[in-house]
Design a protein around this ligand. Structure first.
Ligand code: DO4
Ligand code: MG
Length: 284
């Protein structure tokens, strides 16, 4: 089952269920849910969705999808794949040992990535900071956790990052990672029961510039050095999320040091079991 947030042709925002090429708005109020995040907190989500009245279906082509977030925070894990460890060690000589040690440490790197107003969804623009010169998208399997820290679904995340700022000094990480339009989420949430096993969760990144594909690479979630459950349990230590939380699980794809994103680029991230998240890039 795939759940989304979207703007209906009448302009009203709704939660919806996606089936094939169409989406049906759900009458959340019939289940006393105020928002999609409340539905995601239900004990039995498929049963709750079955119970809710549904409106006439719309073609996905005729609606604007929105990021599937309401009041949740977005957190992110770092250096969970070998490729991220090596890329970070190249980018910052001074901090190389931090990245080397955190890759094998028991405690993962976890950081607050975004609040809802900094997040963009399918077809919306993501931003490069005006004061950054070396930028990349980071395609990440993103866990959807309810308030009980159970992994109820998965979505696609783009952890936009300014490598020059992060590389200059690791204390600049929040500035390299957190700013307006810094996080992509979407196009929807696939419930956990409908996701393929981790070994089959392929992750593909494609970056298009004009008519050319300037970067393309694939990996899969089995390359991750940690489990999703381990990351979720560290995030929940002495930390509560009454509305649930999104957790980006780190990138396994980092373009080479000679590559930077440019305004006008189109970034496509595909993850098996979910779909494709497409965002164009702006700067300034
Ligand atoms: O340590 C810096 C951030 C790492 C990160 O975002 C990642 O590995 O995905
Ligand atoms: Mg990342």
């Amino acid at each position: 089952m795939k759940l989304a947030k979207f703007k209906q042709p009448n302009g009203l925002v709704a939660a919806g269920i996606v089936e094939g090429d169409s989406i049906q708005a759900l009458d959340l109020s019939a289940g006393k849910f105020e928002a999609l995040s409340d539905l995601l907190d239900a004990k039995d989500i498929p049963a709750a969705v079955d119970y809710l009245p549904k409106r006439d279906p719309h073609s996905l082509d005729n609606v604007q999808l929105l990021p599937p977030i309401d009041r949740q925070e977005v957190w992110a894990a770092g250096v969970t794949y070998k490729r991220s460890q090596t890329a970070r060690m190249e980018e910052s000589e001074a901090a190389a040992s931090c990245y080397d040690r955190v890759y094998v440490a028991d405690r993962p790197e976890l950081f607050l990535k975004a609040t809802p107003h900094r997040v963009r969804g399918e077809g919306q623009e993501l931003r490069i900071r005006t004061d950054a010169t070396w930028n990349v998208p980071e395609p990440e399997v993103t866990l959807v956790l309810n308030s009980r820290m159970q992994i109820v679904g998965y979505t696609i995340g783009n952890d936009m990052s300014s490598r020059d700022i992060e590389g200059e000094n690791p204390l600049y990480l929040p500035q390299a990672k957190v700013y307006d339009q810094c996080a992509g989420l979407g196009p929807w949430i696939t419930l956990s029961s409908d996701m393929p096993p981790r070994e089959q969760m392929t992750i593909d990144l494609q970056i298009q510039r004009g008519d050319d594909v300037v970067f393309e690479q694939a990996t899969d979630a089995a390359q991750m050095a940690r489990s999703f459950e381990d990351l979720a349990s560290w995030l929940g230590r002495d930390n509560s999320f009454p509305n649930g939380v999104f957790l980006m699980t780190g990138t396994g794809i980092v373009p080479g040091s000679d590559f930077t994103l440019a305004a006008g680029d189109v970034v496509r991230i595909s993850i098996a079991g979910i779909g494709t998240l497409t965002n164009s890039i702006v700067q300034g």
